[in-house]
Ligand binder design. Structure first.
Ligand code: F6P
Length: 602
């Protein structure tokens, strides 16, 4: 039988930090001039491009002459070295001794970080300088989790006050819904939530929801409430989102920064029609059953959502960095209560303060970022994998994939020149141990892909099977501890032969090893730790962008496909309903479109 056991709870000291007080109104600082021709002031002192500096060259030499001549098998057995490649903060342990680095490598990477003015760029971000130069915007997701009372003035406004005004509005609204003061149009309590959004307006909240769903405090607070996400414009996703939900008890949350994204507009309209069909076409139906998170009040109102039912955020919050804004706050507070969301913000803030104030040498996000740059730009590993040994983090890899690939998937630097070194890894991952039975064959014997292993000391749901030597969580974690060593050490032909394998089989069973990875060991996946983890990876992405001298905060790459889809949409419509011929496309697209039209009923 499966019996929950009461494992001893371990308590972890949570760090306390000074509030992120930075640029008070009366503190003068140089204005940042951002025009088409200029870059943020922090880059204006950069006379030599990063890849032309002596620090970069030193790392190239070091890679060639030292690291590429070593094997992790030899490095990892050096206990003194391993001791140095370890950092801890607020319950979060980073062991990077299985990366292809030695302390000298780290010294050279810190020198590169200094040359790239990492400290100054980091500070410019926290201070609210308009470092997203192509869109002339601040990058202030850290302000979303700053404690109440923090002063951070942008264009004469204390943005943290604004953040907290909206958070309080969300607290009040979610409490009214949860305690039955806000009911549906037929008088029934609301207990189902459909969050409609895509990309950054979806992946963050979904990963957070999954992380909390099985957590003790959060799941007790959720009760029998249901939170679902509707992101894909595929009509099948509408079916999945609404399946077996009673519209009388359902609230739809339209999440869109711009409120112009086609997929979200269409899905929002479909859900509006679904509500009207079941509950009647009245202003009251929409008022009781639809709310929005956006920066675009005009469009929200035009759609029919009452202004008081809009929960705003700001242009200085990038979509993929928006989970700490109303984008995550509203669905998560409705489902789990505001207090749970606040714990998540506190965890993220703890990591923010660490990132901002800790010296580079022990700074977790900086270390992860430097290792990312090292692996990609100096060792030429162009992918990396993330393996949370936690089923509750099943959507974390997808969130990090968007966060990182939409941020650092660039071909020009901040000056608009082509980058002449590799930037922007391919990120992917799956929870362990499932990933082990999927793509780990390639990780062990195929291409080299640096890995992040994320594990927890305690399970969200401790279970011990009678007759088994270890608890289920220990079983999971045995794999977490084993895989990084298997990747690092591999297995030599000699070792295979010693196992009695035949000569012809031996090469098939050799593991070359020397495959780098990092281990992150954290206490237990609760709201606070989830916040730490989120901020850790957000800042890793920023560090890499800062070092690579690229703008990690725009995403023009998603535009071209959207424009072409508009052209296709127009022609599909004209061909289907006005018998116009498909034209203006290449041969292949024309043929595909005609076959689609022949076979489809529209
Ligand atoms: O995928 C492109 C993108 O612009 C993302 O950056 C963004 O998170 C997503 O689309 C959704 O945008 P919006 O929140 O404006 O609907």
């Amino acid at each position: 039988s499966t019996q929950p056991v009461n494992l001893p709870r371990i308590s972890y000291k949570r760090a306390r930090f000074p509030a992120l007080v930075s640029n008070q109104r009366n503190v003068s600082r140089k204005p940042v001039v951002c025009t088409v021709q200029s870059v943020p002031s922090i880059y204006s002192t950069t006379d030599v491009r990063i890849s032309k500096t002596s620090e970069w060259k030193a790392l190239e030499e070091h890679a060639k002459n030292v690291i590429l001549k070593t094997h992790l098998r030899d490095l990892v057995t050096d206990a003194k070295r391993s001791e140095k490649l370890w950092a801890e903060f607020d319950g979060c342990i980073l062991d990077y001794s299985r990366q292809r680095v030695i302390p000298e490598t780290m010294k050279l990477l810190f020198a590169l970080a200094k040359r790239a003015q990492l400290e100054e760029k980091k500070e410019a971000m926290f201070r609210g300088d308009k470092i997203n130069v192509t869109e002339d915007r601040s990058v202030l997701h850290t302000a979303l989790r700053a404690p109440k009372g923090t002063q951070l003035y942008i264009d004469g406004m204390n943005v943290v006050d604004e953040v907290w005004q909206i958070l309080e509005k969300i607290r009040t609204f979610s409490e009214r819904v949860r305690n039955g003061q806000h009911v549906g149009v037929t008088g029934r309590p609301i207990k189902n939530f459909i969050a409609i959004g895509i990309g950054g307006s979806y992946l963050g909240p979904e990963f957070l929801h999954e992380a909390l769903r099985t957590e003790k405090v959060a799941s007790a607070a959720a009760g029998d409430r249901v939170l679902r996400f509707l992101s894909n414009v595929d009509p099948v996703d509408v079916k999945r989102a609404t399946d077996k939900l009673n519209p009388e008890e359902t609230l739809a949350i339209v999440v869109s920064k711009t409120f112009t994204t086609r997929e979200t507009s269409i899905n929002a309209k479909t859900i509006k029609d679904w509500l009207i069909y079941h509950l009647g076409d009245s202003a009251e139906t929409i008022k009781k059953h639809m709310v929005a998170c956006s920066t675009n009040l005009d469009k929200v109102v035009k759609f029919g959502i009452a202004p008081e039912n809009m929960f705003p955020f700001w242009d200085w919050v990038g979509g993929r960095y928006s989970v700490c804004s109303a984008v995550g706050a509203l669905p998560i507070s409705l489902q789990y209560g505001f207090d749970v969301f606040e714990r998540f913000l506190q965890g993220a803030h703890s990591m923010d303060a660490h990132f901002r104030y800790a010296p580079l040498e022990g700074n977790l996000p900086v270390l992860l970022g430097l290792l990312g740059v090292w692996n990609m730009s100096f060792l030429n590993y162009n992918a990396r994998a993330i393996h949370p040994y936690s089923e509750a983090l099943l959507r974390f890899p997808a969130h990090i994939q968007q966060l990182d690939m939409e941020s650092n998937g660039k071909h020009v630097n901040i000056f608009g020149e082509a980058v002449d070194y590799p930037v922007g890894e391919i990120d992917f991952g799956e929870p362990g141990t499932n990933g082990q039975h999927s793509f780990f064959q390639l990780l062990h014997m195929g291409q080299v892909v640096p890995c992040d292993f994320i594990g927890f000391i305690e399970s969200q749901n401790p279970v011990c099977e009678e007759g088994e030597p270890v608890s289920n969580h220990d079983e999971l974690m045995a794999n977490f501890f084993a895989q990084p060593d298997a990747l690092a050490f591999g297995k030599t032909a000699e070792e295979v032969r010693q196992e009695g394998k035949s000569e012809w089989l031996t090469p098939h069973m050799v593991f070359t090893g020397n495959r780098p990875s990092s281990c992150l060991l954290m206490p237990v996946l609760d709201a606070y730790v989830t916040g730490q983890l989120l901020a850790l990876y957000e800042h890793r992405t920023a560090v890499q962008g800062f070092l690579w001298e690229i703008n990690s905060f725009d995403q023009f790459g998603v535009e071209l496909g959207k424009v072409l889809a508009n052209k296709v949409r127009k022609q599909l419509n004209e061909s289907r309903y006005f018998n116009k011929e498909i034209s203006g496309f290449n041969h292949s697209t024309t043929k595909l479109l005609n076959r689609y039209l022949e076979g489809s009923v529209g």
